[in-house]
Design a protein around this ligand. Structure first.
Ligand code: PGA
Length: 249
């Protein structure tokens, strides 16, 4: 059985004061029946970890470097994330691919570093609107998967997030059939590459404009094991609506 996961990506949002949202969440969900993960900016990671220490809520990073240490000004290693209290790291988010020109091979190297350090890698894949309209979605996702998912992946250390770029922060969401088609495709590809046992144990998240109002419908789609949530993870009340929908799914 795959344990469901509600993951929040705060992106470049959050000052010290916003840790109060996390305290609220910690009071509401000391031991949720699904996994709950918040990925704050790196500046807040250590304090976020302390904030949720007495609960089952976990914290994670939003990126890491492929190397373990060295002369890489401004970068953060997977080991450093772990040391700050993280249990997971988001990799290959479309904003990283776009803003920093990250390629599949970069993401694969980062994922290897994350897994070697003992972190779960949440690897993001997703098509642009242009690619969807040209009916290239599955080709794009397949290419991103073979390029960015490392061979050492298991159901323990890998989570795949399907995030159509055109649905991120836009309020637009694919139809449930479209989400199901891509998630079934990802599942089949994982089973083919890693064998049925591993392929079936990897958790698949949907991301892109998930809100309390649409979460239950999305969580009812087959092979959707949870969500990667941006905007709606910033406020405890909003994220609670999504956690509740997942707990009831
Ligand atoms: P959103 O972002 O929920 O604000 O659309 C999702 C994401 O980028 O992970």
């Amino acid at each position: 059985m795959r344990r469901k996961l509600a993951a929040g990506n705060w992106k470049m949002n959050g000052m010290s004061a916003e840790l109060e949202e996390l305290s609220t969440l910690a009071r509401m969900y000391p031991s949720p029946t699904v996994d709950v993960l918040i990925c704050p900016p790196a500046t807040l990671l250590h304090r976020a970890a302390s904030t949720v220490q007495a609960t089952d809520i976990q914290v994670g990073g939003q990126d890491c470097h492929a190397n373990t240490s060295g002369a890489h000004t401004g970068d953060i290693s997977a080991g450093m994330l772990l040391d700050a209290g993280a249990s997971a790291v988001i990799l290959g988010h479309s904003e990283r691919r776009e803003d920093h020109g990250e390629q599949n091979e970069d993401i694969r190297a980062k994922a290897r570093a994350a897994m070697d350090a003992g972190l779960k890698a949440i690897i993001c894949v997703g098509e642009s609107l242009e690619q969807r309209e040209a009916a290239n979605t599955l080709d794009i996702i397949g290419g991103q998967m073979s390029g960015s998912i490392p061979d050492q992946s298991t159901g323990e250390n890998l989570i795949v997030a399907y995030e159509p770029i055109w649905a991120i922060g836009t309020g637009k969401v694919p139809t449930l059939d479209e989400i199901g088609e891509v998630h079934d495709f990802i599942r089949t590809r994982l089973e083919r590459r890693f064998g049925e046992g591993v392929g079936r144990s990897v958790r698949l998240l949907y991301g892109g404009s998930v809100k309390p109002g649409n979460a239950a419908d999305i969580f009812a789609v087959s092979n959707v094991d949870g969500a990667l949530v941006g905007g709606a993870s910033l406020k405890a009340q909003d994220f609670a609506g999504i956690i509740d929908a997942l707990q009831n799914a």
